[in-house]
Write a protein that binds this ligand. Structure first.
Ligand code: HPA
Ligand code: ZN
Length: 322
């Protein structure tokens, strides 16, 4: 119908996508063969069948195992090109893409190969695409500092810094000093907070790390004062509906709080997070949430517009989409 066509056709900005989470099982097997990497699964079907997650950690274990096939600059290029082609098919006009360098440098892959492969694919795509280097929060702040140091020769190839991986027990304030340094260096700052972790993590992401957007942030509604603050400041939340149901943040899409977030006046955006693992890219996320919740044309337009409002793009570029 009319709403479904609008959801597909409207220009979108994707602000929460982990490039390693766009690696489809077919590409994992192709890269494993190309690089001589052994996999714990015999076939694409067996691997896909393992994508039944109980929580964030059970997903992360498989996500890091999948990334182990990435060894050469061309592998990072091919993965990123495949994502951008898929994004273009969903009318994504701009993407701000997370990458997790520590996942790769820990296996001996040179930082230059990681960044150059992903960046070259962005430059070769008709989709506008920028990069956000994300620190793994289960590792130490010292490790994050070392990663920043290795990445700085490539500082012209990424625009921001993020924080992802296992949230509970790894609060934002663990990374206070390295984020302060990144802020001095002039990077945009974001952090995952309030996905599985408590609303207090959203607060310290804002007050200690000084992030400009919150990735996920859906648990903010448990704290009325925090919700009011996020609404007043118009802090963007990069919400990922299919991720939230696959990782059991909400048991069903009908229980997702996206409409509650919108009704609270928050700057909500819709994103795919790890589309190869969670069952869909941008349009599948829009379709799933509009199927399950009483949302209409005005909500669709507001969500798409929010993506551009919250993007790290110059005002004159944003204006074309607003
Ligand atoms: N949360 C935390 N870490 C992640 C995610 C996520 O949704 N996706 C990839 N790494
Ligand atoms: Zn994420």
């Amino acid at each position: 119908d009319q709403l479904r066509a609008l959801l597909r056709q409207m220009p979108k900005a994707e602000l929460h996508i982990h490039i390693e989470g766009s690696l489809e099982p077919e590409l994992i097997f192709a890269l494993a063969a190309r690089n001589g990497v052994a996999l714990a699964y015999a076939s694409v079907e067996q691997l896909r069948a393992a994508y039944a997650f109980e929580d964030l950690q059970s997903f992360l274990d498989i996500y890091y195992a999948g990334a182990s096939v990435l060894l050469k600059e061309q592998d990072f290029y091919d993965m990123t090109s495949a994502y951008l082609a898929r994004a273009a098919a969903d009318n994504v006009r701009h993407a701000e893409i997370f990458f997790d360098p520590q996942t790769h440098t820990a296996r001996g892959v040179p930082m230059a190969d990681v960044i150059n492969g992903i960046h070259r694919a962005c430059q070769d795509s008709p989709v506008s695409a920028t990069l956000i280097l994300s620190f793994l929060r289960h590792l130490s702040e010292e490790d994050a500092f070392a990663t920043l140091e290795q990445a700085l020769p490539h500082r012209d190839k990424f625009i921001g810094i993020g924080l992802d991986s296992s949230e509970v027990g790894n609060p934002p304030e663990k990374f206070a000093r390295v984020f302060a340094r990144c802020r001095e260096l002039g990077f945009h700052l974001v952090a995952h907070a309030g996905e599985e972790g408590p609303p207090a993590y959203i607060e310290t992401a804002l007050d200690v790390l000084h992030v400009e957007r919150i990735d996920h942030g859906v648990r903010c509604l448990e704290d009325a004062a925090l919700t009011q603050r996020l609404a007043r400041q118009q802090t963007a939340l990069t919400v990922c509906p299919l991720s939230n149901t696959k990782l059991r943040v909400f048991d069903t899409m009908a229980e997702h709080n996206l409409l509650g977030l919108l009704d609270a006046g928050l700057l909500v955006t819709v994103n795919s997070d790890d589309p190869a693992y969670f069952g869909g890219y941008m349009n599948a996320n829009f379709a799933a949430v509009f199927e399950a919740l009483p949302l209409g044309l005005a909500h669709a337009q507001r969500l798409a517009r929010n993506g551009f409002i919250a993007a790290f793009l110059p005002d004159e570029v944003k204006r074309r989409y607003l």
